[in-house]
Unconditional design. Structure first.
Length: 454
C-alpha cells in the first residue's frame, strides 16, 4: 500500500492506534451491571466522547437511552453541499467468559503472534479506532470531503434496544445519505468483504418448575418430576437428531446462493475437534447465513462441584434464536415461545420471558456506495476484489436505521474475520486488517464524495 498518501498516513498512525485501543480495551464495558459495574461502561463512553472532541467533532454528547445505556454522538461538518455519512461502532463488549482460559488477561491488550488480543479488540472497540484512523488520514490529506456523524453504541451486545428506541424518538439525529456499520468483518483475513445479510435474533429465558422444593433423590427419585431432567428434554426438542433447528412452525430449509463457505475451512475456523461432525443439513452457508439457528446459551442448575443427591424443583435456561432474512423476528419469537410452553414434559409449569430481539437485515449491494467501497478496497487490498457474504450475527440497529432513512445506503464492514474469535475467549484483531480497513474506509469516503459531486 505504499506510494499513496492515505495508506502511508494510516501506517504512520498505527502505533497511536495500538496505544488508544489498549486504553479502550481496559474498560470492562459489559453492559450488564450484574457482571461488571456500570461505571466501566460510563468510563468507556467518556473516553469515546473525549476522542471525538479531540478530532474536532462538534455537538459531542452522551445520549441516555431507554435501556439505561449511553451512546456517544458527534458531528463533523463537511464542505457545503457534501453528502452526510454516519459511522457506527459500539464500545460495549461481551463478557470474557472463563477468564482462566484466556492466555493473557481479557482487558489488557496483549500483542502475540502478530495479533492484538483482548476483549473488544475486534468487536467492536477496534471498529471505533478504524473510524478514527480513516478521519485522521483524510484530515492530513486535504480534509474530510463529506459531513460525518459518528454514533458509538453502549449496549449492542445485550440486544436491549436502547439506541434503536432513542433513534426512533429523535429521527433527525442519525439521518445520513450513507451509513457505514463498522461491526462485521471480512470473510477471511486479507479478503475484503462487505456483509450483505444479517440474521436477526430473539433471546428468551425459560423457567420450569415441578416441585415446591428439592427432594432427596434416594427417597423420591424415580417418581418425583425432576425439573432439570424436564428442562433437558424440553431443550432437546429444539433440535433434530442431526442437530437441525426444529422449532414448531418455523421453516428451516432456505438455500444460500452467494459466497460459499467450504466445510473444511469452516471446521478449521470453528476449531471443531477431530472426529466430531457438523450439525444440520445443506451447505455451511445455508446453515449459518440462510436458516434459523437455536442455541442454548446458559442453564441455571447445580454445579458439579458441591452437588448433592437431590431431585431438582426448578431449572432455568436462556435461549438464542438467530433469524435470517425472509423471517420476521416477532413471529419467530411467538413460535419459539409456543414451542417451549407446549413441549414441557409431565405437565411441568413453564414461564417464558423475552429479554432481547432484533430483526434480520438485507443490504442493497448494487447501490452506488458499494461501488465506491469496491474501488476503495482494491487499493487497500491490492489484487483482491471486494466480496459479499452473509453474517450469522445480529445488529438490530440496522433495521431501525433502514426504516427511519429508507433512502440511505447501508454498508457493513469491520474487523471480525474468523481468527478474531469474537464472543469467545482469546478474542483478537489483526493490526494489518485494522490498517487495511481504515485505508478502505478513508478512500471510500473520498470516492463517495466524488461520486455525489458528479
Amino acid at each position: 500500500m505504499t506510494g499513496h498518501p492515505i495508506p502511508e498516513t494510516i501506517a504512520s498512525l498505527m502505533p497511536r492506534a495500538k496505544a488508544e485501543l489498549t486504553e479502550l480495551v481496559a474498560f470492562q464495558s459489559v453492559a450488564d451491571p450484574a457482571v461488571y459495574p456500570k461505571s466501566e461502561c460510563e468510563g468507556a463512553a467518556e473516553w469515546v466522547a473525549a476522542a471525538l472532541r479531540a478530532e474536532g467533532l462538534q455537538d459531542v454528547a452522551l445520549l441516555d437511552t431507554p435501556d439505561g445505556s449511553r451512546s456517544v454522538y458527534g458531528f463533523l461538518p463537511g464542505p457545503e453541499g457534501a453528502p452526510t455519512v454516519l459511522l457506527y461502532a459500539h464500545y460495549d463488549v461481551q463478557p470474557p467468559l472463563d477468564e482462566a482460559a484466556w492466555i493473557s488477561p481479557p482487558f489488557e491488550l496483549t500483542e502475540r503472534d502478530g495479533r492484538w488480543f483482548g476483549r473488544g479488540t475486534a468487536d467492536c472497540k477496534g471498529g471505533f479506532i478504524m473510524h478514527l484512523l480513516a478521519l485522521r488520514a483524510l484530515k492530513a490529506d486535504g480534509g474530510v470531503p463529506v459531513s460525518v456523524k459518528v454514533i458509538v453504541e453502549g449496549s449492542e451486545e445485550q440486544g436491549t434496544g436502547g439506541l434503536e428506541r432513542y433513534a426512533e424518538a429523535h429521527p433527525g439525529l442519525l439521518a445520513a445519505d450513507t451509513i457505514v456499520i463498522g461491526d462485521t468483518g471480512n470473510f477471511r483475513a486479507g479478503l475484503p468483504t462487505v456483509t450483505s445479510t444479517l440474521r436477526g435474533m430473539t433471546m428468551l429465558r425459560v423457567q420450569l418448575d415441578t416441585l415446591e422444593g428439592n427432594l432427596h433423590s434416594g427417597q423420591f427419585g424415580g417418581a418425583a418430576p425432576d425439573a432439570l431432567a424436564a428442562m433437558i428434554q424440553l431443550l432437546a426438542s429444539l433440535r433434530a437428531e442431526d442437530g437441525s433447528t426444529t422449532v414448531d412452525g418455523l421453516t428451516a430449509d432456505e438455500k444460500w446462493d452467494g459466497l460459499q463457505y467450504p466445510e473444511e475451512e469452516f471446521r478449521a475456523d470453528a476449531k471443531v475437534l477431530d472426529g466430531v461432525g457438523l450439525i444440520g443439513t445443506g451447505t455451511v452457508a445455508d446453515r449459518i447465513w440462510g436458516r434459523p439457528a437455536v442455541t442454548v446459551i446458559g442453564i441455571d442448575c447445580p454445579p458439579v462441584v458441591g452437588a448433592t443427591p437431590s431431585v431438582q424443583a426448578s431449572a432455568r435456561a436462556q435461549i438464542s434464536l438467530r433469524v435470517p432474512p425472509g423471517h420476521d423476528a416477532d413471529e419467530a419469537t411467538k413460535l419459539l415461545t409456543a414451542h417451549l410452553l407446549g413441549r414441557a414434559p409431565w405437565g411441568a409449569r413453564v414461564s417464558v420471558e423475552q429479554i432481547g430481539q432484533g430483526q434480520p437485515f438485507r443490504a442493497d449491494i448494487a447501490s452506488p456506495a458499494y461501488t465506491a467501497m469496491a474501488d476503495a478496497m482494491r487499493v487497500a487490498y491490492p489484487g483482491q476484489e471486494m466480496q459479499s457474504s452473509g453474517m450469522g450475527g445480529s445488529i438490530p440497529l440496522c433495521n431501525t436505521l433502514a426504516g427511519l432513512y429508507p433512502e440511505a445506503e447501508i454498508l457493513l464492514i469491520g474487523l471480525s474475520e474468523p481468527e478474531a474469535q469474537i464472543h469467545a475467549v482469546n478474542e483478537s484483531v489483526s493490526p494489518e486488517e485494522l490498517e487495511r480497513m481504515s485505508v478502505a474506509e478513508a478512500l471510500f469516503l473520498r470516492n463517495y464524495a466524488a461520486s455525489k459531486a458528479v
